[in-house]
Design a protein around this ligand. Structure first.
Ligand code: UDX
Ligand code: ADP
Length: 466
């Protein structure tokens, strides 16, 4: 088996950055170069000041500090890193298409294809190419076809090695994965490539947790895992609405369900809706694939998970409007949190964007505080979603770096992200400085509602009937 001495990772984002940092930390004998076209991002990865890393993940700074400059490098010279590497990870982004066929549903493979073409052009020696980004099933075949066209006489082995890390816990997930999935061709050479990658993970992951499969199983497993997890959230969210009208409490139901060992207690937290770069995209991919094979019932089945999620976000916003006496026109609504979950600065598909958008349609004035998300990011999230003029978004969205300022004089507070710090705020002080009646809409069920009510707040909790 060929020994891997140099790795290149194309794409220094939420997946590529943390994954390579951990692989480098655990494999000091392998030189790893992470490359990206985005110069600012690379500059931030190389910043002496570790608080400036482009991605916020608890514990990531320590791992980067240990490996960076030793065997972990961040660079903008993509060609050079590809040329020198024995193994190339593709970790570029695969957003949902915003145009043309499959718009709003299929993954946009533009970046993947560009990346494959670049590898094909540059490579002069045999390479193992690992797809790391979330991809629709059978992308590996497309990558292989592009690579095989080069005519340089170079041989490529394609592996699928999907990422299961969750943002906010990326480093611990990487250090202690439930399993690592490696899919590859079942030929002799394919199996050799699988083992080469398995030995890299073997530096810290027990062999029995490294699952070897064929390419298509590996690609489909990633979509399936995310679809199942998202389905659980949509299932509990569907029950949350029923609880609200019937007088049940979704937290009590979730507890009763979660203690059934056949079901288990994870992913049963009712919320304003799931977000993140994976769930929606992966389900849409699944739906798109099913449809393209003519499996309409399969497609409809999974699509319902998304429909439920959209409904949950919309009804949260509607509830704010109804509760505030059917109008939020000109009213200050304060948002605590913008990220799609705590401990990350990622905002992709965050429920906050949708809720803000719906409230802006009603002419509300949104004031946001999030400990890690920048104003620029929030505005670009809104601009991306809404068709209204950019100036209109600026007019309706004010971003604060001080939470108390964001909450001052507000007619209502909406909690959109479950950041821990929100729990320890001085809620009495917040109450005193708000418009009355003072409403809190806890979209994450994280605050102590009994305490808030004793102060005088009127609290709306997801899934709690009156
Ligand atoms: C997910 C998968 O967990 C991970 O394995 C995959 O590699 C990428 O997609 P991530 O998107 O980072 O990870 O976050 P995750 O923790 O799965 O949460 C997704 C969304 O569901 C978040 O918005 C979260 O707040 C929401 N959620 C999760 C709930 O609303 N309730 C829950 O009980 C759990
Ligand atoms: P993910 O969550 O999948 O990691 P990100 O958007 O955070 O997604 O990261 C993907 C990164 O890939 C971006 O920083 C983007 O600039 C980079 N990228 C996309 N295409 C290329 C390419 N052809 N060469 C180098 N970097 C690329």
């Amino acid at each position: 088996m060929k020994e891997i001495k140099k790795i290149c990772c194309v794409g220094a984002g939420y997946v590529g950055g943390p994954t390579m940092a951990v692989i480098a930390q655990k494999n000091p004998h392998i030189q790893i170069t992470v490359v990206d076209l985005n110069k600012e991002r690379i500059k931030a990865w190389n910043d002496e000041d570790l608080s400036k890393l482009p991605i916020y993940e608890p514990g990531l700074d320590k791992v980067v500090l240990e490996a960076r400059g030793r065997n972990l490098f961040f660079d903008t010279d993509v060609d050079k890193a590809i040329d020198q590497a024995d193994m190339i990870f593709i970790s570029v982004n695969t957003p949902t298409k915003t145009y043309g066929k499959g718009k709003g549903m299929a993954a946009d493979l533009k970046y993947i294809e560009l990346c494959a073409r670049q590898i094909a052009r540059v490579a002069k020696t045999d390479k193992i190419v690992v797809e790391k980004s979330t991809l629709p099933v059978r992308t590996a075949q497309a990558i292989k076809r592009i690579l095989d066209q080069t005519g340089n006489g170079v041989e490529f082995q394609i592996l699928s090695n999907p990422e299961f890390l969750a943002e906010g816990t990326a480093v611990t997930d990487l250090l202690n994965p439930d399993r690592v999935l490696i899919g590859g061709s079942q030929s002799e050479k394919g199996k050799e490539a699988i083992e080469a990658l398995a030995s890299i993970y073997g530096s810290w992951v027990p062999q029995e947790r490294i699952l070897r499969t064929n390419l298509w199983s590996s690609e489909l497993s990633k979509l399936t895992a995310n679809a199942f997890l998202a389905q659980r959230v949509s299932s509990i969210n569907a029950i949350s609405e029923l609880c609200e009208v019937s007088g049940a409490d979704v937290n009590e139901v979730a507890r009763a369900i979660g203690t059934d060992s056949r079901i288990g207690n994870k992913f049963l937290k009712a919320s304003v809706g799931f977000g993140g770069s994976c769930f929606q995209k992966d389900i849409l991919n699944l739906v798109y694939i099913a449809k393209s094979y003519g499996l309409n019932e399969v497609a409809d089945y999974w699509e319902q998970v998304i429909i439920m999620n959209d409904h949950q976000k919309r009804r949260f916003a509607e509830n704010i409007v109804t509760t505030l006496f059917n109008t939020v026109n000109g009213k200050k609504i304060a948002f605590l949190g913008w990220a799609f979950k705590k401990d990350t600065n990622d905002t992709r598909e965050s429920a906050a964007i949708y809720v803000a958008n719906d409230l802006i349609e009603e002419e509300a004035l949104i004031h946001v505080y999030d400990p890690k998300v920048t104003e620029l990011q929030m505005l670009s999230d809104l601009d991306y979603l809404a068709t209204r003029e950019e100036e209109a978004n600026k007019k309706h969205l004010t971003v604060h770096t001080d939470a108390y300022k964001a909450l001052e004089e507000a007619h209502g507070i909406a909690v959109l992200t479950e950041w821990d710090e929100f729990k320890s705020y001085d809620w009495k002080r917040i109450y005193d400085n708000m418009q009355k009646p003072a409403f809190v809409f806890d979209g994450r069920n994280v605050l102590d509602h009994k305490v808030l009510e004793s102060i005088g707040f009127e609290v709306y909790t997801i899934g709690k009937g009156k």
